[in-house]
Design a protein around this ligand. Structure first.
Ligand SMILES: C[S@@+](CC[C@H](N)C(=O)[O-])C[C@H]1O[C@@H](n2cnc3c(N)ncnc32)[C@H](O)[C@@H]1O
Length: 434
């Protein structure tokens, strides 16, 4: 696994939220020790008990060599698997845990975590979770009341539906002081969004601060913890939802969820076969999905998931996947790879109205946050797409632009088509700045 060390400016930003006096500190995935470096003088002054854990012997040897002199003399450097170590019977407790845990984007690297199910009277359950979720769960168990967890986290913990239980767990055991969405590429070579989170065990809260980008003067919005049951903690999503609500209020565009006018199906020819013989994300260019010599009609597994006249397609995976909604050319009857989503209008005659509405909302740059998910490469969420609000009667409110769009689609002119869509999107964006 690649080691993604925390850049110095992020370690410093996180260290500002450590308790003023630290008695016992743990870094369960210490690596080169970047997260403890900004705390060294405080740890020495407080004569804190310090535990540095890592499953990589080289990392432990190196961090022990480089930091032993700077840490209190009783600091421990432990070469072990944290998830096993955290189960030992006489586990120490900590008032501060700092961590940038290993992230596991793939299912085969999931961990069988025994935990209490708070939704079911704390009954013991085994959940198969990504490593980062297991690290967070075990870390909060090792915190003293009032202790703090300062964590670097991937988007899974912050937004995935599958880890809603973990966010519920955090909120039932304490308060999430803030979740800070870092600027893209804050970690060299890491494409997906990364977050800083500070959690205080035993504290209570009614709102969570969601922060965005700039480390020193971030945008901020307060998320009320209502009764909705679902809490996504990414700034991008929360702020996109707010903007959509305002658009609904300010414009009379009959905003409805895509699910009411179309079904969404995922292509069923599995990678690596898919890219070789079915319609794949590489077949999208200039606003359309194109035919190719590679395509082989015989690989279709179910007639329902082959392209029909009137279908729209969208790439499911990869950067800018949200920007690939378009019609097919010469691909009717062809199967799609599992990297492609088929958007099938309930009324095939309404396909261009739906495409116009879909492209308008997706032309608003913040709308990506409503659809994109993923810890490794980002992907379009099937549910997110079904739930996406689209301005269904934009075609009759903005008739001039709609006719321009129709002409452009007929002439297969992607530039004209996006000009028509963008002029509506700009008007909508302006409504938000009134
Ligand atoms: C993303 S690096 C973080 C390093 C450092 N804490 C930082 O922020 O720069 C993750 C570290 O977790 C270690 N690691 C991976 N699996 C582990 C496990 N099960 N227990 C303890 N450490 C683990 C890796 O060896 C690596 O050093």
């Amino acid at each position: 696994m690649k080691r993604h060390e925390t850049p110095h400016d992020l370690s410093i930003a996180l260290s500002r939220h450590a308790p003023r006096t630290i008695r016992a500190l743990l870094d369960p995935a210490v690596g080169t020790g970047n997260l403890i470096v900004p705390l060294l003088s405080r740890l020495r002054k407080n004569r804190a008990r310090v535990y540095c854990v890592d499953s990589d012997l080289d990392a432990i040897n190196r961090v022990s060599e480089s930091q032993r002199e700077s840490l209190p003399s009783n600091a421990k450097f432990i070469h072990t698997d944290f998830l096993t170590w955290s189960l030992q019977p006489r586990r120490p407790r900590f008032d501060c845990i700092v961590m940038n845990p290993p992230f596991a984007a793939t299912k085969d690297r999931s961990y069988a975590l025994e935990c209490a199910d708070i939704a079911n009277g704390n009954r013991k359950v085994t959940r198969h979770v990504p490593l980062e979720a297991a690290f967070v769960y075990r870390a909060i168990e090792l915190l003293e009341e009032g202790g703090r967890l300062l964590a670097v986290l991937p988007c899974s913990v912050v937004m995935s539906d599958k880890l809603q239980w973990l966010r519920d767990e955090l909120l039932s055991r304490g308060a999430i002081k803030f979740v800070h969405e870092l600027p893209p590429r804050s970690f060299p070579g890491v494409e997906s969004r990364i977050y800083l989170m500070v959690f205080k065990r035993g504290a209570r809260q009614k709102q969570i601060a969601l922060l965005n980008h700039d480390l020193h003067e971030p945008e901020k919005l307060m998320l009320s913890l209502g009764n909705s049951g679902v809490t996504r903690l990414d700034f991008g999503y929360a702020s996109a939802i707010r903007k959509l609500q305002l658009l609904k209020e300010y414009s009379r565009l009959q905003w409805i969820q895509l699910r009411h006018v179309a079904d969404v199906l995922r292509g069923d020819v599995a990678s690596p076969m898919g890219p070789r013989c079915a319609v794949h994300s590489t077949d999208y260019s200039d606003g359309f999905w194109h035919t190719s010599d590679r395509h082989d009609e015989s690989v279709a597994r179910s007639a329902t998931r082959t392209v029909r006249k009137g279908d729209l397609l969208m790439a499911r995976v990869g950067r800018n996947a949200c920007q690939t909604a378009g019609r097919g050319r010469g691909i009717t009857g062809m199967a799609c790879s599992d990297c492609v989503l088929i958007i099938r209008p309930k009324d095939p005659a309404a396909v261009l109205e739906i495409l116009f509405a879909l492209r308008i909302i997706l032309a608003l740059e913040w709308s990506n946050s409503l659809l994109e998910r993923g810890t490794g490469a980002s992907y379009v969420s099937h549910n997110g797409l079904l739930e996406l609000l689209i301005p269904m009667n934009a075609c009759s409110k903005y008739t001039k632009q709609f006719y321009r769009f129709l002409r452009a689609e007929r002439a297969r002119s992607p530039r004209q088509s996006s000009c028509a869509v963008n002029s509506v999107a700009i008007e909508l964006a302006n409504l938000l700045t009134r």
